[in-house]
Design a protein around this ligand. Structure first.
Ligand code: ZN
Length: 294
């Protein structure tokens, strides 16, 4: 069951978000025909994007962008507070991964790069911030992004597990942050037990499709846990004919005229869902006619 759930550990003043997004991640990886390592990083990106979007108090969207010098080259994830997510990697053919729980996908990412986050704050305002990749492990690098950019100490875990022959057998993420009076020692303890100690990985495995609220209960037995949010998560693309026409208009009149001349039509493929939009000569002509003369 794909869902995002938020909660508060009341006695410790820690807030926690958990996402289970196996179905959405699989749908996205399948759309791009992603090879195992590319699918794994995509799965992590989908979980990270949904968690970051889930931090927002008001309805908004968020773009998580990764640029790296490894064979994957980059990734783009677009998520919103309603649990909609879409994404792609620049090179979906990447197979290479190593036998390490923490750094399985490091060979796909390479040695350097950037992570940037663009938040849509509503009313046309955006906030962009980025960090250099350091760990070359998405969870650790997004965690550092949160600490640098949002100045909030964070524990972030992204889990992609194979199961029953499926590369994306289970995909889930966890984000833990202290409220202003939050118990930092408890946070450090969870960093140890849920992180390096493998507690989150075990809970995801045991939860096996049980949903985010069930996973939250499993992660913090014995803690006073108050559920604060719950929303279903799904793949959804925002592309449509109008957006395609807008993108074509952005090419400018001269390029559109030469496109008409040379090909008689335009064919545009959505990077996110691979839908192909065809705009015929008449469509291009009316687009040009609507534009200001150059
Ligand atoms: Zn699309």
């Amino acid at each position: 069951m794909d869902e995002l759930a938020g909660g508060l550990l009341k006695a410790l003043d820690l807030r926690v978000l958990v996402v289970c997004c196996t179905g959405a991640a699989r749908t996205i990886a399948t759309k791009h025909g992603a090879a195992p390592a590319a699918a794994g990083v995509l799965g992590q990106g989908v979980a990270a994007g949904l968690l970051l979007a889930g931090l927002s108090k008001s309805e908004s969207r968020l773009n998580l962008q990764l640029e790296c010098d490894g064979p994957l080259r980059g990734m783009f994830v677009d998520a919103d507070t309603d649990g909609n997510v879409r994404g792609y990697v620049k090179n979906p053919a990447v197979q290479v991964q190593v036998a390490s729980r923490e750094f399985r996908f490091r060979p796909a990412l390479g040695n350097s790069g950037f992570l940037s986050v663009l938040r849509d704050l509503g009313n046309g305002e955006y906030y962009r911030s980025s960090v250099e990749l350091q760990a070359l492990e998405l969870g650790a690098d997004v965690e550092r992004y949160l600490e640098q950019s949002d100045q909030v100490e964070s524990v972030l875990r992204l889990e992609v597990q194979e199961s029953g022959g499926e590369v994306l057998g289970r995909v889930a993420g966890l984000l833990l942050q202290p409220l202003p009076a939050g118990d930092r020692a408890a946070l450090a303890r969870f960093r140890e037990t849920l992180g390096q100690g493998g507690g989150f990985a075990r809970a995801v495995e045991d939860n096996d499709g049980g949903g985010a609220q069930a996973l939250l209960r499993r992660l913090f037995p014995g803690e006073e846990l108050e559920f604060t949010a719950r929303c279903p998560v799904q793949f959804r693309c925002r592309c449509n004919q109008d957006r395609v026409l807008n993108a074509l208009a952005a090419l400018g009149q001269a390029d559109l005229l030469s496109l008409m001349e040379e090909q008689g039509k335009a064919s545009v493929t959505c990077d996110f869902c691979a839908t192909v939009y065809e705009v015929d000569r008449a469509g291009l002509e009316s687009l040009v006619a609507r534009m200001e003369p150059a």
